[in-house]
Design a protein around this ligand. Sequence first.
Ligand SMILES: Nc1ncnc2c1ncn2[C@@H]1O[C@H](COP(=O)(O)OP(=O)(O)OP(=O)(O)O)[C@@H](O)[C@H]1O
Ligand code: SF4
Ligand SMILES: [Mg+2]
Length: 348
Amino acid sequence: MAEPILQVENLVKHYPLTRGVLFRKQVGAVRAVDGVDFTLGRGETLGIVGESGCGKSTVAKMLVNLERPTAGAIRYKGEDITRLSGRALKAVRRNIQMVFQDPYTSLNPRMTVGDIIGEPFEIHPEAAPRGDRRRRVQDLLDVVGLDPEYVNRYPHQFSGGQRQRIGIARGLALRPEIIVADEPVSALDVSIQAQVVNLMDRLQSEFELAYVFIAHDLSIVRHISDRVGVMYLGRIVETGTDTEIYDHPTHPYTQALLSAVPVPDPAARERRERILLSGDVPSPTDIPSGCRFRTRCFKARERCAVEVPLLAVPEEFRATGGPAAHASACHFAEERKVVPQERRGGPA
Ligand SMILES: Nc1ncnc2c1ncn2[C@@H]1O[C@H](COP(=O)(O)OP(=O)(O)OP(=O)(O)O)[C@@H](O)[C@H]1O
Ligand code: SF4
Ligand SMILES: [Mg+2]
């Protein structure tokens, strides 16, 4: 793996649940993120995937300091940025930027595109001299494939895909090393998704960016990710290279998610097995004991209710090595091919 640029250790975000108006009393907690670990290498893409409500956006917000963690560490080049404040924090934040999910609501409708993309320069005036900003903004428009003449237009004059290009240009303005993209294409038409993913791919090589790329659909992240982490109810349950996760998944949850990925080839679709999960995702205020996935797992046994499975390479695969030997938080991890090999869905 490339030299680590970001190391996330036991990251936790609990939102207190309170009752009462005059005497507010804490009666519990929403365990939105409940112990997440991962490493991001320089210039690498880590895909984070999971169903709605599993804590993806909360992780993203903590990475860019929009939320303070309840516990854990976020090390940027070795330094825990959760302990920084003031000028030191501001300097680090320049290097970690975010692209938001919904290009329809994340751009201020009353600001021109030039002001939106140039906004980071107001916060970090040292990044571009005032007289140089308009040209920098026009360069950024060009870089994301938009006409530099559009600088005085307003967001409503653009399509969804173009708006997300504007969001990406804003994310690039300070020349960050890391971009945290929270479902950057989920709000877009399928036909436009591939264009935006391809743009991000190109920008990555051009600017040596590292991405944390969040999605709820495994087919979208495969194209762009070097490694993937699958999240369930506040934790990463399986992580590995794209081949390890897509072709050799060992965690029942990943296998179920993969079995729902669209397969365009009808013959392959016929052969593909669907794994249907029972029940709903439990509430993050009331996480099941032992394995948090056990209430929906088709393989759950007694041990799963009492013993928390750790995210590590399962013992049975440690000796044999190979693509199944990657971290999986399951007591009964087993390799199972779910997606037919020939062709896969998602943007190409
Ligand atoms: N400010 C908050 N106060 C209380 N609970 C919150 C808060 N923000 C998020 N949550 C809860 O934390 C959990 C994780 O939310 P989060 O937005 O991180 O999920 P997500 O994986 O991004 O979902 P989606 O795919 O829908 O965007 C959810 O149960 C959510 O309701
Ligand atoms: S530990 Fe048990 S419940 Fe959890 S994923 Fe593995 S088999 Fe399923
Ligand atoms: Mg989200």
